[in-house]
Design a protein around this ligand. Structure first.
Ligand code: ACO
Length: 308
């Protein structure tokens, strides 16, 4: 009966073991994992747009090949994550429809424009850097298919982060104008990158329950702190400044103190009013509609195979 099933579920969580697709799970757990994994998958897919914007204008064949491969990796991440989500009984088509109808979210960061080629490097360094901070602990998330997909995704994300850092380091060895481009890009992306970790813990409705279920392994503020501590020495090595006058080392805490992102801006962006929300969703909707004939042809072909 249900109380026995619930006890098995709770014991599994208690042991920090995995919940698998065929295991019993509370409906609220299923809903929360679907919400988080879908949001994560959508972020990978929408995240192809800001960088994809520069593929045709990359400054060399080498940079173009790197960028193409990177954007393709994001598509791959989206697909693993949609597959992980499908194990919970929701189809990729339904998930895509919830994305384009605004019923499910994707990361705030991808609603900012990419105004210069340096943004490709900054996204690799800061955005993929934030993604790694957030996702390495998710390799130990309680839902098996999600955790396993994270292992491979994190390997690729850490390669992306190095790629971005290397691009910026190359520009920093270039002309004054190139150095200015890097600094201007870092100034625009720093705060939005810190917002990726979500609202402060005391304003995060989902953290407590998601931590209790082992879906999340750390709180939003915890991971944001890790990101700051990881990035400060890298910024120094690059020779860029981070646009936060309150940023300083705190000897007592052995960590950096830092200012607060503009949480009103964050709320605007996640409720659909960021600089590029409309454009991102319109583009995704168009791609989905333009692909309808491919899905129909594939279904018709599969049905013919089944008849034969
Ligand atoms: N962008 C958009 N929405 C966000 C963001 C963000 N940066 N941070 C929080 N939210 C949303 C939450 O989804 C939630 O809304 P919902 O209830 O309608 O779904 C609301 O704000 C309140 O936030 P929390 O209670 O803190 O939500 P949660 O516990 O889900 O934590 C977090 C948010 C940290 C983003 C978590 O979902 C997570 O770790 N997700 C996996 C990582 C991920 O999605 N990465 C994608 C970007 S990285 C990349 O693709 C390169």
């Amino acid at each position: 009966d249900e109380s026995e099933l619930r006890a098995v579920f709770e014991a599994t969580i208690e042991r920090h073991d995995r919940i698998e697709p065929r295991d019993w799970m509370p409906e609220a757990y299923r809903k929360t994992v679907i919400r988080q994994v879908a949001q994560h998958a959508h972020s990978e897919i929408i995240g192809m747009q800001p960088e994809g914007n520069w593929i045709t204008r990359a400054p060399s064949l080498r940079r173009k090949a790197i960028l193409l491969a990177k954007v393709q990796d994001e598509a791959g991440h989206g697909l693993y994550l949609y597959s992980a989500c499908e194990t919970l009984g929701v189809s990729r088509l339904e998930l895509t429809e919830m994305l384009i109808n605004g019923k499910q979210k994707y990361s705030s960061i991808f609603n900012y424009p990419t105004l210069s080629y340096a943004d490709v490097g900054t996204i690799g360094w800061l955005v993929d850097g934030a993604a790694i901070c957030n996702q390495v602990p998710l390799c130990r998330t309680s839902y098996g298919p999600y955790g396993r997909s994270m292992i491979r995704i994190c390997k690729e994300e850490s390669f992306h982060q190095r790629q971005g850092y290397e691009l910026l380091a190359t520009m920093m060895r270039g002309t004054d104008e190139q150095r200015e481009m890097v600094q201007e890009s870092v100034n625009r992306f720093w705060w939005p990158a810190l917002m990726m970790f979500g609202p402060p813990d005391d304003d995060s409705p989902n953290t407590a329950q998601s931590m209790a279920w082992g879906i999340k392994r750390n709180t939003n503020d915890d991971l944001r702190q890790r990101m700051v501590d990881m990035t400060v020495p890298q910024a120094k090595a690059l020779g860029v400044t981070l646009p936060d006058p309150e940023l300083r080392w705190n000897e007592e805490r052995q960590s950096h103190d830092f200012g607060s992102p503009d949480w009103d801006e964050f709320k605007d962006v996640i409720t659909g009013n960021g600089p590029c929300n409309t454009q991102r969703i319109a583009h995704r909707r168009r791609a989905h509609e333009d692909g309808a004939w491919v899905r129909e042809a594939a279904m018709a072909f599969a049905a013919r195979g089944a008849e034969a």
